[in-house]
Ligand binder design. Structure first.
Ligand code: NAD
Length: 353
């Protein structure tokens, strides 16, 4: 087990440290190698994805990433900005399948802004395509048009093969769950997603047990708030998935609870919390490390096929929450408010017994 540890920026190093401590406490004999990415990569090597970091990522079995980004890099040329390092590593490693579970732990029902009966026992899996769509499509850029006016261009593109491979991932996940899959698109307006819908229907013929439905993205955004439990597995493109998964995270109380896995076709994966680098709380030891620790559990499940250690981590988190421990973002009156590092320690203590 060779695992690359890429802490990144902002709260990235704080939350990654707690996940690494949990990993060490499991005693699985993993080789851990740390490298800079994002703003940290730019500061050290002038590149948000230094060659040495990319080499390490390519030669590891799995990657644990904190988060990248800070406002202080906002004036850099776009290719030097932290987020570009993240997009590049996903693309270079062909991590096209992003799995984002949104699970509401019973103890956190009061942390959600929605009514308890709407969100209790929520358990949704959002499957987001990660290496295509408007984030990567060419042509792109800002140029001056023939009328002499500045114009911004991005291009939404999907090839059939890209849609097919994410469809297979989503149908396979649906087969392991409730056999219900909802594909989210904007097929009434965007040709790219009209093709998306056609391919989803075609691939569904190979999974006759799965009930495939379709929903327009604007309606999906509304239904996620109105009646989120109607969904089990959602599959969608890169930009819609980006937005809907952040929305789903708030159903669970805090973005600090939402892990993610980004997989290639051989289940090699990069595991990271769904949130960003939270510069507003960086360095204060108050961030919630649970999304990162839950991402580690996903690493055991999806890359190492080690359900035992995945369950062990998730059970330890449930136990810690049931003992009333909360970081500031999920705290309600009466809970025991603790820091980021104390949360890491509490999870390790729960692992032990
Ligand atoms: P963000 O997710 O970093 O923060 C949004 C809000 O959630 C903030 O109030 C923050 O304090 C809070 N938050 C986030 N994670 C938390 C945690 N673990 N515990 C407690 N509170 C938490 O999003 P943003 O503010 O829009 O972006 C900040 C930076 O992060 C930007 O530079 C952005 O580009 C970058 N970003 C990176 C990633 C990534 O690395 N995958 C994803 C999104 C944004």
């Amino acid at each position: 087990m060779k695992i690359a540890i890429l802490p990144g920026d902002g709260i990235g190093p704080e939350i990654t440290k707690q996940a690494v401590n949990v990993l060490k406490a499991l005693n699985v004999g993993a080789e851990l190698i740390e490298a800079p990415i994002g703003g940290a990569g730019y500061d050290k090597f002038g590149d948000p994805l230094p060659d040495s970091t990319l080499d390490l990522a390519l030669n590891s079995d799995a990657i644990l990433l904190g988060a990248v980004g800070d406002w202080k890099y906002d004036t850099l040329p776009r290719e030097k900005r932290p987020e570009r390092g993240l997009l590049r590593v996903r693309k270079e490693l062909n991590l096209f399948a992003n799995l984002r579970p949104a699970i509401l732990y019973p103890e956190l029902v009061s942390a959600s802004t929605l009514k308890p009966d709407i969100v209790s026992n929520l358990d949704i899996m959002i499957v987001r395509e990660l290496t295509g769509d408007i984030y990567f499509g060419e042509p792109r850029g800002i140029h001056t048009n023939e009328e002499g006016e500045k114009e911004g261009i991005n291009t939404m593109r999907y090839a059939v093969s890209e849609i097919e491979r994410i469809a297979h991932v989503a149908f396979k996940i649906a087969m392991r769950r409730s056999k219900k899959l909802c594909s989210v698109d904007k097929a009434n307006v965007l040709e790219t997603t009209e093709l998306w819908r056609q391919v989803m229907v075609e691939i569904s013929k190979k999974y006759p047990e799965v009930e495939l439905t379709h929903m327009y993205v604007d309606n999906a955004a509304m239904q996620l708030i109105k009646n989120p439990k109607q969904f089990d597995v959602l599959v969608t493109g890169n930009i819609f998935g980006d937005i809907l998964s952040d929305e789903a995270s708030m159903l669970t109380g805090s973005i600090g609870m939402l892990p993610s896995a980004s997989l290639d076709s051989h289940n090699k994966g990069m595991y990271e919390p769904s949130h960003g680098s939270a510069p507003d709380i960086a360095g204060k030891d108050i961030a919630n490390p649970l999304a990162t620790i839950l991402s580690l559990a996903m690493m055991f499940r999806y890359t190492f096929s080690d359900e035992k250690n995945a369950n062990k981590i998730e059970s330890a988190i449930k136990k810690t929450l049931s003992q009333g421990y909360r970081t500031a973002d999920i705290y309600s009156t009466g809970d025991k408010k603790i820091t980021c590092s104390q949360m890491g320690e509490a999870v390790i203590a729960s692992l032990a017994n």
